[in-house]
Design a protein around this ligand. Structure first.
Ligand SMILES: NC(=O)C1=CN([C@@H]2O[C@H](COP(=O)(O)OP(=O)(O)OC[C@H]3O[C@@H](n4cnc5c(N)ncnc54)[C@H](O)[C@@H]3O)[C@@H](O)[C@H]2O)[C@@H](O)CC1
Ligand SMILES: [K+]
Length: 546
């Protein structure tokens, strides 16, 4: 699991160490230079003679970069440091100079308190950067105010962004964070320099995980500089496969289909059965004990005693689901969780009535439920965190507008965490906001950001598959969810991870269909469980024999 902490938390962890004279900056710079050496070796085979341009802001982030530049210069790297403000970290500047780095400034008399640093222009600095092997971005770190670099630093970032990127262009290594991102909220309001690699100190920062800024971070390497963050509350987490393995319900030899979880599904319409097929199918393939697919009653409510009506009674919608997945059971009956709404057209009155009845039942029974697409508009004013809303940005904006918040889709896309959090506050539900990076906000302040899928996953039916996976997880762990509603957010993040990985597995590097993603689920779950799952299964098997 990758955890992140806000700037304020990181600063307060630094304080006692700095007061005790612990050389945090030297530790950070040493690790940073090690990462740059690794990049240079991978790129050129050798370090000596490589060119590194160091972009230096006015704060300690620039100090880290300058000290790393000094260490690189001592290894024979040609280092040019470009200071971008009236002042620069004095110790770092002295170290870089004495190691043989060339220092220039965008500000006349700048960087060095007027000691005559040669000035350069934004164009010349951008040109030097374009010809370098590595650009080390030490413009702004966790001391940045607002988003986007301003002044000369901002002008340089803009110029670098205009430079066309090529495979032969420099590798951009961000010091602590890509300069200009909203460090704590992941916003990208102004000039931001996208990185290929971010070397971050002490612990990751939320903006490295949260959209849209996470797209600027590249690979994230966390460097231990001795900060004690164990007792501090993380702001945002990103699950890894081993975390999902620990969350996934794995049967033992005594398990039977009911104990493993029964999922009720209300999805699709007779005219558009695709969502129903994908959602119910994904739940089956993700390993749920059983799926009950709920068709519309010919008249009024379905009799709850109608456990297993003949297949024909479910009409063409149920027939389509059964044709694709004969494992599905059609009709009403006891369930441990629900998926409600994928592909349900609100203008289909019969389907809408079935949906409303099931949603009412789920909420009044306190069962975990995925509330998707057509069900989002039917949500009661307040629900518990066992209910997971799964909107995309447009649907979340509509949900917020319906609750009196004047929000447009673009605002949700610009600040996904803020708006997902607001929806959680207003409804009480766990919120899984779909996007290139999925944001989950749940009970007790839990926030997850998952970026597991390829861009190809943005395809019709993809969300129906995600809803099915999450439904399977909630059904399988509904008892634990009843005891600990905070678990729901972790399960939602786990579903997003498996969904994304299934898309990779379905067709590595190429287009995927939602059906192919669903078909890849059994192998994906097996891969995620991996050795960990094998060990757990063996333990379960042993227990079963006793
Ligand atoms: N405290 C320490 O000893 C350590 C600090 N570390 C580094 O120090 C960084 C934090 O240093 P600072 O607190 O000095 O802050 P920064 O280095 O992030 O710089 C903040 C300064 O930049 C300017 N500035 C703020 N917002 C700006 C904007 N939007 N555009 C242009 N200029 C802007 C202001 O003059 C401000 O003082 C961390 O990110 C990390 O890289 C690491 O070396 C670890 C140890
Ligand atoms: K930076």
């Amino acid at each position: 699991m990758l955890l992140s902490w806000t700037s304020a938390v990181v600063r307060s962890a630094e304080e006692p160490l700095l007061a005790a004279g612990v050389p945090l900056m030297e530790r950070a710079a040493f690790a940073l230079h090690g990462q740059v050496l690794r990049v240079l070796r991978a790129r050129r085979g050798r370090v000596r003679g490589a060119r590194v341009v160091v972009l230096v802001g006015s704060g300690n982030n620039g100090g880290d970069a300058l000290h790393a530049g000094a260490l690189l210069a001592r290894r024979g790297v040609q280092v040019t440091a470009v200071t971008c403000a009236a002042r620069a970290h004095a110790g770092g500047l002295a170290a870089a100079r004495s190691a043989g780095a060339r220092v220039v400034s965008l500000v006349a008399g700048g960087g060095d308190g007027g000691r005559g640093v040669p000035t350069t222009t934004v164009e010349a600095a951008a040109g030097a950067a374009a010809g370098a092997d590595v650009v080390l971005d030490g413009l702004l770190g966790i001391g940045a105010s607002g988003t986007g670099a301003r002044g000369p630093a901002g002008a340089l970032v803009e110029a670098l962004r205009q430079t066309p990127r090529s495979p032969h262009g420099p590798v951009v290594v961000a010091v602590d964070v890509p300069s200009g991102i909203g460090v704590d909220d992941g916003t990208c309001g102004g000039a931001v320099l996208p990185a290929d690699l971010t070397v971050t100190f002490g612990g990751a920062k939320p903006g490295l995980l949260l959209p849209p800024a996470d797209a600027c971070a590249g690979d994230v390497v966390v460097v231990d500089i001795g900060l004690d963050l164990a007792a501090a509350r993380p702001a945002v987490a990103r699950l890894a496969p081993e975390d999902v393995a620990a969350l996934w319900p794995v049967p033992d030899r005594h398990s039977h289909k009911y104990a493993r979880g029964v999922l009720g599904v209300v999805a699709g319409t007779p005219r558009y059965p695709g969502a129903a097929v994908l959602c119910a199918g994904a739940a089956v393939l993700a390993g749920v004990g059983m799926v009950r697919f709920v068709p519309d009653a010919p008249t009024g409510r379905v009799d709850p005693g109608d456990e297993l009506p003949p297949h024909g009674d479910g009409g063409p919608l149920a027939a389509a689901v059964l044709a694709a997945r004969p494992e599905v059971v059609v009709g009403q009956g006891r369930v441990q969780a629900w998926v409600l709404g994928p592909g349900v057209d609100p203008h289909d009155h019969a389907r809408r009535r079935t949906l409303t009845d099931a949603l009412d039942a789920a909420v009044s029974d306190g069962l975990p439920a995925v509330v998707d697409a057509g069900a989002l508009d039917q949500l009661p004013p307040r629900v518990g965190p066992q209910v997971v809303l799964t909107p995309h940005a447009g649907e979340l904006a509509r949900l917020l507008r319906a609750r009196g918040e004047p929000v447009e889709r673009a605002q949700v896309e610009a600040e996904p965490l803020r708006h997902a959090r607001r929806a959680h506050e207003l409804t009480g539900a766990t919120v899984l906001l779909k996007g290139p990076t999925t944001v989950v906000v749940g009970a007790g302040g839990a926030v997850y950001a998952q970026a597991d899928g390829p861009a190809w996953l943005a395809t019709a039916g993809s969300g129906d598959v995600l809803a099915g996976i999450l439904g399977a997880l909630l059904a399988g762990r509904s008892q634990e969810v009843a005891d600990d509603p905070g678990l729901v957010a972790a399960l939602a993040a786990a579903a997003a991870l498996v969904h994304g990985r299934a898309a990779h597995l379905a067709n590595p590097g190429g287009p995927v269909t939602a059906s192919a993603v669903a078909e890849a689920l059994p192998a994906t779950v097996a891969a995620v469980l991996g050795a960990n799952g094998g060990a757990r299964a063996a333990v379960a098997e042993r227990r079963g024999r006793r």
